[in-house]
Ligand binder design. Structure first.
Ligand code: NDP
Length: 293
């Protein structure tokens, strides 16, 4: 029988993910700002829980998509005695591997399972139901998690034990951060030399330096001066911090990612909690005294 799914966290990416879940499964949602949940319920035909225990009591599988593992831990503990044997938490937050192992242990004490299931593909990937999902955990929970995340996924990969999905996601996003910083710096220099950004990108994108940043993000958001807000810089800064800790914990050199963490931390302070991740390039432009266009 298809599981009943509870979804917690209707933010920028959680909300379009939950739309797909609600299309395929009987779904109940909860959101800290309840008005968002009521609006979602009305538009998508999902039920709304007024409290976390209410949702946990009802669901077979609970999906969380919150800013940090600290928020997930808080919500899981709010569920308290409502967690029961055989239930599963699928955590789609870009979380912290060590915190996830602790949450998994807490849930195991109740007989419940945990799978970390962070996603990649951005809000557009979530709207299309084409996200890449990386799963950390053990069978039989992995099979149960795969069934529900398929609702919003184009690709699902079981990467290893609990926490490894979150570790892989953090490293992926650290690479995104490195590419934003490096491409921003390189393009700023080229524009100062008189090369229009579009022409520089035409060459880079037919050459070995290309990346998602040069192929998509910079043309669509920087050169266009559109600067849409889809993924908060504060969240990417958090992810790069997790990646740095993963490198330190595993005894791997972290020179490049260490510098990128410092640059994103400073960008977050300068631009605030609501700025988009690509807006980091505004700080490079400011320091260089040039606009990348
Ligand atoms: P948002 O900031 O847009 O949304 C956060 C959601 O979490 C909101 O629903 C918010 O509720 C809720 N929330 C925040 N703190 C708490 C708390 N302490 N207790 C309960 N609920 C809380 O974040 P996103 O949707 O962008 O990101 C969610 C996760 O997905 C993050 O880990 C992020 O790194 C990751 N991610 C995001 C991507 C993107 O493109 N946006 C891409 C890939 C991963 P409220 O409505 O009350 O504020």
């Amino acid at each position: 029988m298809a599981p009943q799914v509870g979804f917690i966290g209707l933010g920028a990416i959680g909300s379009p993910m939950a739309v797909h879940v609600a299309r395929e499964f009987e779904t109940t949602v909860w959101n800290r700002t309840l008005e968002r949940a009521w609006k979602f319920g009305e538009q998508q035909g999902a039920a709304v829980a007024e409290t976390v225990p209410q949702l946990v009591e009802w669901a077979d599988v609970v999906i969380t998509c919150l800013p940090t593992s600290t928020d997930v831990r808080e919500v899981v503990e709010q569920g308290g005695e409502s967690w029961s044997e055989g239930q599963l938490l699928v955590d789609a937050t870009s979380g912290d591997p060590a915190a996830s192992r602790a949450i998994a242990e807490w849930l195991a004490g109740k007989g419940a399972g945990f799978v970390d299931a962070p996603v990649s593909g951005g809000t557009s990937g979530a709207e299309a139901g084409e996200l890449t999902v990386m799963l950390g955990g053990e069978e039989p929970w992995i099979a149960a998690a795969s069934e529900v995340v398929a609702a919003f996924a184009g690709k699902v990969v079981h990467v290893g034990p609990v926490g490894t999905g979150h570790a892989l996601k953090a490293i992926n996003n650290a690479l995104l951060g490195v590419n934003i910083q490096a491409a921003g710096e390189g393009l700023a220099a080229l524009v100062k030399l008189g090369v229009p950004a579009g022409r520089a990108l035409e060459v880079i994108n037919a050459s070995s330096g290309r990346s998602n940043v040069t192929e998509n993000l910079i043309p669509e958001r920087v050169v266009s001066r559109a600067w849409p807000r889809t993924f908060r810089l504060a969240l990417l800064d958090k992810d790069i911090g997790i990646a740095l800790k993963v490198l330190q914990d595993t005894g791997v050199p972290s020179d490049v990612i260490g510098v990128t963490k410092r640059v994103f931390g400073a960008g977050r302070e300068a631009l605030g909690e609501e700025a988009d991740h690509v807006e980091l390039i505004k700080e490079i432009e400011r320091a260089a005294g040039v606009e990348i266009r």
